[in-house]
Design a protein around this ligand. Structure first.
Ligand SMILES: [Zn+2]
Length: 69
């Protein structure tokens, strides 16, 4: 099972390579992760960057956690 984000308005999905709990955590605390990202010199894990990019693109839209086999 893989987990990812799905935007209901655009009908687009992203599948950053991470666990369900990590993706859920980032979705709920996006603002904190962005704050931390500004102070991280070596960059974020790639799944985090990918996740934030998707959330940025779909700001204000209804983004849900989704899954696929
Ligand atoms: Zn969207």
């Amino acid at each position: 099972m893989r987990y990812g984000y799905y935007c209901e308005e655009c009908e687009e999905a992203a599948w950053p390579v991470s666990t369900r709990s990590e993706l859920d955590w980032l979705l709920r605390r996006e603002h904190i992760v962005r704050e931390v990202a500004r102070h991280v010199q070596n960059g974020l894990d790639s799944w985090m960057s990918e996740a934030l990019e998707f959330l940025e693109h779909h700001r204000g839209h209804a983004v849900l956690l989704t899954r696929k086999n």
